[in-house]
Design a protein around this ligand. Structure first.
Ligand code: IPE
Ligand code: IPE
Ligand code: MG
Length: 247
């Protein structure tokens, strides 16, 4: 459902990259006497609404935490439902993603994903690779510590082979070893569902992100709520460690 009201967002101060921890699906369902998977089903629809809205208002990078490395430890039925939901999402939204000039991207240990998900994912990433309006990144089997360890391993390999001078490993070069190498750091890290924690998401990249925690559970989250979060972001003063003179 498009969100029609006139926006109160200052379009000259838009966040470039918004990262979202989509949490609360299971609790949303349980509150309604439904199975957890029903929360995931509804949550999948919200992904479309939010991505569509973010694209409309001009967000360039939207990164969604959809499945963590730790989430493999859930009940196998829930894991299998989520993998099927993901595969259906990639099939059903393919046309819309391509038509809307959205580039699909993934971060995480994609080797852990079942073949039927990986195939759809990589083929849509390939088909959409020249799209430029917004990069939609799904974090799948993603864990930030594992990402950092893999980055360190690659940097060590490169220095052993002579491709990298260890003294030349700057913050910028190190970022190039992370899954997020193609995107700027998030300006906003938003989490739905009321928990105030980061749960192994983008630990390195969120150094100066504005953290926004909202009580609403992901299946109830609307474009209006994202608009509120962006307004909150625009009202904050980002200092990046510098002092602001009062006179
Ligand atoms: C987030 O919702 C979705 C995934 C982690 C896949 P949860 O499934 O964590 O829902 P809650 O936090 O248990 O309510
Ligand atoms: C974080 O939510 C992962 C995703 C939203 C995909 P979790 O529900 O897995 O995190 P915890 O267990 O509350 O820390
Ligand atoms: Mg949760």
């Amino acid at each position: 459902m498009p969100f029609e009201q006139k926006s109160r967002i200052d379009s000259s101060k838009l966040p470039v990259h918004i990262a979202i921890i989509m949490d609360g699906n299971g609790r949303w369902a349980n509150e309604r006497g439904l199975k957890r998977i029903e929360g995931h089903r509804k949550g999948g629809e919200v992904v479309d609404d939010i991505a569509t809205y973010a694209r409309e208002i001009g967000i360039r990078y939207l990164t969604l935490y959809a499945f963590s490395t730790e989430n493999w430890q859930r009940d196998p039925e829930e894991v299998s439902f989520l993998m099927n939901l993901l595969a259906d999402f990639l099939r059903d939204k393919r046309e819309k993603i391509l038509k809307n000039n959205i580039r699909l991207n993934v971060i995480g240990n994609t080797g852990d994903l079942p073949d039927f998900v990986r195939e759809r994912l990589f083929s849509l990433m390939e088909e959409s690779k020249d799209n430029s309006r917004m990069m939609l990144t799904l974090a799948l089997s993603y864990g930030s510590r594992s990402e950092i360890i893999n980055a360190v391993k690659s940097a060590i390999r490169d220095s052993l082979s002579g491709a990298l001078d260890p003294e030349g490993l700057t913050e910028e070069r190190f970022s190039g070893y992370l899954y997020t190498r193609q995107m700027p750091d998030p300006d906003i890290l938003l989490r739905t569902g009321g928990e105030k924690r980061v749960s192994n998401f983008l630990l390195y990249q969120i150094s100066y992100a504005e953290l926004i925690f909202v009580e609403k559970k992901w299946p109830d989250f609307t474009p209006k709520d994202l608009e509120e979060a962006i307004i909150e972001f625009q009202n904050r003063q980002r200092r990046f460690g510098k002092a602001k003179s009062l006179v």
